[in-house]
Design a binder for this molecule. Structure first.
Ligand code: HEM
Length: 379
């Protein structure tokens, strides 16, 4: 049995730094893996080295809270590791609403670097790129900054209703519903560009009705006042028992004022990407369909990519290839020692997470997700 699986059965493996605070500075880097077996080998070996690189840079200036999360895209997982694969890993599903579109864009690797100062992000990104060399090609790179009291680019405080502490872990970390991948997470990223001229033409009261909270004090509107197409109204989703479902957002504004570019880098971790996808469906298609998120009239999604975030232990193990592979790479089920997984599930403590991945169709008052999602061009 692999080390990662043993850790998973005995105690929960340590997640990567998914639940860190957004930081004051953040780098969001999306990369593709270059063609060829040599590039694949270099990327695998970086997985074994990533935590060490973070320690090397972080140790130079203590207290700067440097953190790193490495995500792996669906196509990249297949190429680097084959079966078995994380149960909910798939390419980002493009959404086409009546008026607004969420595109699916390529990405093999995500680097999410956060710190109290940008020099730390810069240094770690530089060291990582030196390690990866020409095994990767850049797809997108965004440098986010904390804007006064954690305001988004549109001037409202962002992140208020994020889960905290144990709730944040519960919302983001895979439990025993996916044996072998415990301690992992999923992350969806989208780069949004805002039409700030149009946005700034709205009065503060109109902007507040778009978001569903007050601008200055960040207080949520009462339910009977909050418009049904406000951002907040459409992003509160529940399971069939009426329990609110959470994701953990670590959004950051970014801008290039001389080019007139103003944006929000949306990034959300979840133990089940179906929760984030449901929110996106509400925003782009609408709940009910047609009642889309008014914030999208001022914000265009220009990227959209989904990644799996292995636990810290699994990331390191992946340096040597897929630890669950038995030589038969054809089917995921045959590649995992079935008896080991059965005993892992049986011995793991019962928790809310053991109920399995979200059954989207069973959600109260929600559109049927699968009928609304357009398969991505990658699928
Ligand atoms: C244009 C990009 C976006 C901007 C500027 C933005 C901004 C905001 C702001 C200002 C809030 C209120 C404060 C808070 O609770 O954080 C908020 C809440 C929230 N947003 Fe967004 N957001 C964006 C995109 C998204 C997307 C794409 C999703 C989901 C897929 C999302 C999910 C949420 C959730 C779940 C909440 C909290 C709802 C609640 O429980 O009250 N946001 N967002």
């Amino acid at each position: 049995m692999s080390d990662a699986l043993m850790i998973a059965t005995d105690s929960s493996p340590q997640p990567q730094a998914v639940a860190e605070s957004p930081g004051v500075a953040a780098y969001f880097i999306v990369l593709n893996i270059a063609p060829g077996a040599q590039a694949e080998e270099a990327v695998r070996s970086f997985f074994g080295n990533a935590a060490g690189l973070r320690r090397s840079v972080g140790q130079r200036l203590l207290g700067r809270e440097l953190s790193l999360v490495v995500g792996i895209g669906s196509d990249a997982w297949d190429r680097l590791f084959g079966a078995p694969r994380p149960a909910a890993l798939h390419p980002f599903k493009e959404l086409n609403g009546e008026k607004h579109r969420a595109p699916s864009t390529p990405g093999d690797l995500l680097l999410h670097i956060r710190a109290r100062t940008e020099d730390m992000c810069f240094e770690l990104a530089t060291q990582i790129m030196l390690a990866l060399g020409n095994s990767v090609e850049p797809v997108d790179e965004v440098h986010g900054f904390r804007y006064f009291d954690a305001r988004s680019m549109v001037g409202f405080v962002d992140g208020t209703e994020n889960p905290e502490g144990a709730e944040a872990i519960d919302a983001t970390v895979i439990g025993n519903e996916d044996p072998g991948f415990e301690g992992g997470s999923y992350v969806i990223v989208q780069k949004y560009l805002h039409d700030m001229q149009a946005w700034n033409k709205l009065s503060t009261e109109e902007q507040e009705r778009v978001i569903g909270r007050s601008k200055h004090d960040d207080i949520e509107m009462a339910d009977d006042v909050k418009p049904a197409n406000s951002h907040i109204a459409l992003n509160v989703v529940e399971d069939e028992d009426g329990n609110e479902l959470a994701i953990l957002r670590s959004n950051m504004p970014f801008a290039s004022p001389s080019r007139g570019e103003f944006g929000t880098y949306f990034i959300a971790y979840a133990s089940d990407p179906g929760v984030t996808e449901l929110m996106l469906t509400n925003m782009f298609i609408g709940r009910p369909p047609g009642n889309y998120d008014r914030l999208l009239d001022f914000s265009s999604a220009v990227t959209g990519t989904l990644f799996f975030v292995p636990s810290q232990a699994l990331l390191e193990e992946l340096a040597a290839g897929n630890p669950f592979q038995t030589g038969d790479t054809e089917t995921a089920s045959s590649a995992v020692d079935a008896s080991a997984l059965a005993s892992a599930s049986a011995s793991a403590p019962a928790s809310a997470k053991s109920s399995g991945t979200l059954s989207i169709g069973s959600l109260k008052g929600q559109p049927q997700l699968d009928s609304l999602l357009t398969p991505s061009r990658n699928t």
